[in-house]
Design a protein around this ligand. Structure first.
Ligand SMILES: [Ca+2]
Length: 479
């Protein structure tokens, strides 16, 4: 019996402890604070409760900026159908404030931030001529600009407070409503454009300072983003286009320094597109929907797709370079997919003095298959092609080196048939005069089928001696 009591006691203590740990931290309330009681209009007392020092009681009047903290609670929508001036408003996650068309939402610069959004704020009304104080678009919070009234004053208001990278600012329009916008020099978390019905286009955007988008840029169906002369969009998150992006003279820079998805469900032309250092820009859609006037790739551009048949291109990851694209022609095997990573810098193990007289200059591709098989690999050639042009694979480990061969070439491509091993690939001119052999060892893993004149191994020995080693390798293989 005593054991049972002790057991029960332990259980009660445990349950209480866990409850204390998981219970959301209730904001300390002060006399005069308000909170929503239910969904309703802002101006109706029945929408609210007021803290009277010991308990929340039904409010007898609606709150204004002269009251304390005003909290819109999870599950409640409070609608503004008469002009209001507020401060210390907190919208909980799951709560919403809606400003209806025709009514003005104003702030008074009182204690702390005037408006903190964890939930949703839908502005279909009129923005005050001055948004006093600071707004906070908090983590997970959403602000929807659904009005022709000033977006700039709202964006400035949030930028004066803080904008979380995972907050969302939505420009919501329709066939009959083009919301006002503010882009140049502004900072957003996630930035989304959407249409509730029909199509709408943004104004022709202008401005000499790039827009900072700390999260994702999403262009919804039915929306045209008219970048016009807006100088730039710096995007740290993902980019999704289900609408129309009119690039104008602007630059889109992916500078998150991490993996960023480029999801183009509609054909998209960029003017300048820059991939920042450390960023892996992943093209997620199988169809090659991206066109770029000028590409600067300081990171990696990746595309993985299922492959079959003789023409598998890889979007921006595959080109175009000098008017040509990387192409993988599957001739045998059972590939599930192939991933191509494009790097537009010199390979660490480049050889020669440039693409015209060496391999691994300017760019290379890391090709990673899922499954196995044999392909004919075509690489774009940004150099003068000829009989010495090669498609080369870098082989790591003992006997490291470039394994080079060529089956055919055009003015701007080089093709190698029968490729079944994959790692880093580059093209270049690697004829006899460009070959530098230097580091072969007896443990060389280089394939026996490798033509000696296609073998480039890096190191420091003289070319003449190296060629001797190469000849030795041929003899040994034949022996
Ligand atoms: Ca304030």
């Amino acid at each position: 019996m005593r054991c049972k009591w002790i057991s029960l006691l332990v259980s009660v203590v445990l349950v209480a402890s866990v409850a204390m740990l998981v219970a959301p931290k209730a904001a300390a309330q002060n006399t005069g604070d308000y909170r929503s009681k239910q969904t309703g209009n802002w101006g109706e007392a029945a929408t609210w409760e007021r803290y009277e020092g010991t308990a929340w009681v039904d409010a007898t009047t609606a709150p204004t900026y002269t009251d304390g903290v005003i909290t819109i609670r999870n599950g409640h929508t409070v609608t503004i159908v008469a002009d209001v001036t507020v401060d210390q408003v907190v919208i909980e996650a799951g709560g919403q404030v809606t400003v209806n068309s025709g009514f003005t939402f104003s702030t008074n610069n009182g204690t702390g931030d005037e408006l903190t959004i964890y939930g949703t704020f839908l502005h279909s009304g009129t923005v005050a001529s001055t948004m006093n104080g600071t707004g906070v678009l908090a983590s997970g919070g959403t602000y929807i600009h659904n009005t022709i009234s000033s977006a700039k004053r709202m964006v400035d208001f949030f930028n004066a407070g803080s904008v979380a990278a995972d907050s969302t600012f939505i420009y919501r329009g329709s066939l009959t409503l083009r919301p006002a916008m503010s882009m140049s020099g502004q900072t957003y978390g996630n930035l989304t454009f959407e249409s509730t019905s029909g199509s709408w286009s943004t104004e022709a955007l202008v401005g000499g300072t790039a827009t900072t988008i700390k999260g994702n840029f999403t262009l919804g169906s039915g929306v045209t983003f008219n970048n016009n002369t807006l100088v730039g969009l710096n995007v740290a998150g993902n980019w999704t286009n289900n609408g129309t992006f009119t690039a104008g003279s602007g630059t889109v820079t992916f500078n998150g320094g991490t993996t960023q998805n480029l999801t183009l469900n509609t054909a998209t032309t960029f003017n300048n597109l820059t991939v920042g250092s450390g960023t892996i820009l992943v093209e997620t859609v199988s169809t090659d929907n991206a066109t770029v006037s000028a590409l600067t790739n300081n990171g990696t551009i990746r595309k993985a797709k299922s492959v079959s048949g003789d023409s598998n291109t890889f979007g921006l990851a595959g080109g175009p370079i000098n008017g040509a694209n990387l192409n993988i022609n599957v001739t045998a095997g059972s590939f599930t997919s192939i991933q191509v990573d494009r790097t537009d810098s010199n390979h660490a193990n480049r050889t020669g003095t440039g693409e015209n007289s060496g391999v691994g200059w300017g760019r290379y591709w890391t090709i990673t298959p899922t499954g196995s098989g044999t392909v004919n690999l075509t690489l774009p050639a940004n150099f003068t092609t000829g009989a010495n042009s090669k498609v080369c694979r870098w082989i790591d480990g003992p006997g490291y080196g470039w394994d080079c061969a060529m089956t055919s070439y055009t003015s701007n491509t080089v093709t190698r048939n029968g490729v079944s091993s994959f790692s880093d690939w580059a093209a270049g001119n690697a004829g006899p005069t460009a070959i530098t052999l230097s580091s072969l060892t007896a443990a060389s893993p280089l394939p026996a089928t490798l033509p000696v004149l296609s073998l480039i191994v890096l190191g420091g020995l003289a070319a003449a001696a190296a060629l001797g080693i190469g000849a030795g390798l041929v003899r040994r293989r034949r022996g």
